[in-house]
Design a protein around this ligand. Structure first.
Ligand code: MRU
Length: 395
């Protein structure tokens, strides 16, 4: 695996590219991407959580309005709303929704957490809002005449805080990750990691945007990401809106792309990072990491600290969601295999830490990736307490 230290050394340089004549052109065309993937609706339209329906993109920009937690859980299961960071935000707003309706908030948080098992942010966001609800309730005191309303305001404030933190984390990850992108980089990405999965610019896609703004991006290769095409449908949608030139490829074409020497760095997000640095992400990520290792191409994961789960010791302990066979045996609702054909359909796979070059977080970059470097990042002060720390963790 190629080490990134020489690229990191470029961080301090102001000129983005040694082959710099194309840089200005790239920078000029980067557009701000503001995608309202999730909004909170106050009365009279709410209380409700409004979601951009990601199952319909890019053909339609339709919304789904969830007025109760069962509707939100259904939307999470159907991938109307998806991607680890945004699931954290959705989980928190879901608890705020239950609280605003006067529903059982503990039950709501449990139902939300159970909707999808792999993305750690979902339960994390729901539990944070639940804890805020309980804190607000305790602070108001048992006899408070409007106790439930006060507690609901606490849950909603926490959900808004999680969204704000996620946006700030995106910006910090973009800044930290940019140092890993070489001049005129040809970046390969998998699944979808931009504004559709975040209250900010996202994770891996935030770094891609930063690289484009800095004039360092020569090509964005987008894996189509079978079976649900988050790459072809959603990342291409985000790239197009941002004005980033991109090319979609069938997942099975990635091997020949590496063999042709057309990939300089792979950037992906993560759904859960175990304490030993194993990364669960969209199925196909592990295969890309093996390819990158074989071809000595850096493989970089970009994720907020909230995706690192110290309670999951290693990759074997990560629960991988398995989804319905029809997602594989049908394409756009039409059968692609004979009726009754069974399918193997894990939504995620697990990449061992040894195949990763670095993990970029809002607190800094862990390289190499192992339990020790992740512990150092976790022990560091939060970016919220000051400017993003330029942590570069060495063994
Ligand atoms: O099943 P999905 O579409 O929710 O899977 C999403 C992914 O795997 C993303 O790559 C991951 O959440 C990282 S996102 C920033």
């Amino acid at each position: 695996m190629r080490r990134l230290a020489p690229i990191l050394a470029l961080r301090a340089r102001s000129a983005p590219s040694s082959r710099g004549s194309r840089a200005g052109a790239f920078r000029r065309h980067t557009r701000d991407v503001d995608i309202p993937a999730l909004s909170w609706l106050d009365p009279p339209r709410g209380p409700a959580v409004e979601l951009l329906d990601q199952t319909r993109l890019p053909a339609q920009e339709a919304t789904v309005t969830c007025t109760d937690v069962p509707a939100l859980v259904d939307a999470i299961r159907r991938l109307v709303v998806r991607g680890a960071p945004l699931l954290g935000v959705a989980g928190a707003f879901g608890v705020a929704l239950a609280a605003s309706r006067g529903d059982d908030v503990a039950q709501a948080a449990a139902a939300i957490e159970a909707a999808r098992p792999t993305a750690v942010n979902l339960g994390w966001g729901a539990r944070r809002a639940l804890a805020a609800y309980r804190r607000a309730s305790q602070a108001a005191g048992e006899g408070h005449e409007d106790l439930k309303r006060v507690a609901a305001r606490g849950a909603l404030a926490e959900a808004r805080l999680i969204a704000a933190e996620d946006a700030a984390a995106s910006a910090a990850m973009a800044a930290n990750g940019l140092g890993l992108i070489p001049p005129d980089a040809r970046v390969l990405t998998h699944c979808n990691t931009g504004g559709l999965v975040s209250a900010g610019d996202g994770t891996a896609f935030a770094v891609i945007l930063a690289a484009h703004r800095a004039g360092r991006l020569a090509m964005l290769w987008v894996d189509e990401t079978r079976p649900l095409l988050q790459g072809a449908r959603l990342t291409a949608y985000e790239a197009r809106r941002a004005g980033i030139a991109h090319t979609v490829l069938a997942d099975s074409a990635a091997a020949s792309l590496f063999a042709a020497g057309e990939v300089d760095v792979v950037l992906t997000g993560a759904d859960r990072i175990a304490a030993d640095g194993s990364v669960a992400n969209k199925v196909g990520t592990y295969g890309l990491a093996v390819l990158a290792s074989y071809h000595q191409v850096p493989f970089v994961v970009v994720a907020p600290m909230s995706t690192i789960d110290p309670d999951t010791p290693d990759g074997a302990a990560i629960i991988v969601e398995h989804r319905p066979a029809e997602e594989v045996t049908c394409i756009a609702g039409q059968p692609a295999a004979p009726g009754g054909t069974s399918a193997y359909n894990p939504a995620f796979d697990v990449t061992p830490a040894g195949l990763l070059t670095a993990i970029v977080t809002e607190r800094g970059v862990a390289q190499p990736v192992n339990a020790g470097t992740l512990r150092v990042l976790s022990a560091g002060s939060s970016f919220a307490g000051g400017p993003p720390a330029d942590v570069y963790v060495e063994r």
